[in-house]
Design a binder for this molecule. Structure first.
Ligand code: MN
Length: 239
């Protein structure tokens, strides 16, 4: 069994190379009894499970093949694709996880999450997150036409890009005490979101930050059950 962790692929029809990188990853791990964990921002934007497009159909077909070969797919929400739900995942027997998920591999306990909730110094973003992820609001939004949601998503992206220009590097990173409490029950925290791929040591524990998918490579994490904490390393996936 191989456990594979990726995040921040930001797949979209505008960057076919990233899509190919993802499809190639599925091929590479198809015969390894893989549990693939996607830690959010899988897609650059997600306006609803009722959205369909040829570029997405190709991905879904490959995902079906991947799970039919005995592999599993787990997804937890990012800040760009938190609307993605079980309806989409159902097509290829994928499973939606809670925003924070704990798992045990070998004798090590892991906590996985996207990472945006750990950036508690970014107060305006946390306020926005609380509003936009309100289940009632989301239920209402789901009833609006796709074209409206597409415009809305575009507006949010623009607004977020603008506001990021005025935020410091520190404010947009994780908060140390948020990390401490996230690590309380586990030995290893795995997240993405910040686009600062690294492995941080905190005493005998570790915080592993997955990378965002760049033009031709991404930092991903592969774990085998017999591994100890010391041997955990990021892996460069090239495409
Ligand atoms: Mn993110």
């Amino acid at each position: 069994m191989t456990y594979l962790f990726i995040s921040d692929l930001h797949l979209s029809p505008d960057h076919p190379r990233l899509v190919r990188g993802f499809l190639d990853l599925l091929t590479a791990y198809e015969n390894q009894q893989t549990q693939l964990y996607i830690l959010g921002d899988w897609f650059n934007a997600w306006i609803g499970d009722d959205y369909t497009a040829p570029w997405l159909d190709e991905i879904v077909d490959r995902l079906k093949q991947f799970t039919a070969a005995g592999n599993q797919i787990f997804f937890l929400a990012g800040n760009r694709d938190f609307v993605l739900g079980q309806n989409f995942l159902h097509q290829f027997s994928g499973q939606l996880l809670a925003d924070v998920h704990n798992l045990e591999i070998g004798s090590i306990r892991y906590r996985i999450e996207h990472g945006d909730a750990l950036c508690t110094d970014d107060i305006s973003y946390q306020r926005f997150r609380k509003v936009i992820r309100n289940p009632l609001l989301l239920a209402l939004l789901r009833k609006t036409p796709l074209s409206f949601r597409m415009k809305l998503a575009h507006g949010f992206r623009k607004k977020s890009q603008e506001s990021q220009q005025f935020k410091t590097y520190e404010v947009m990173d994780v908060n140390a005490s948020a990390v401490d409490s996230a690590l309380q029950e586990v030995e290893v925290l795995i997240h993405g979101h910040t686009h600062r791929a690294a492995i941080h040591r905190l005493g005998h524990k570790k915080r592993i930050v997955l990378g965002d998918w760049k033009l031709d490579h991404a930092e991903i994490l592969e774990i085998q059950p017999e591994q100890n904490i010391e041997s955990l390393k990021l892996k460069k996936w090239q495409y």
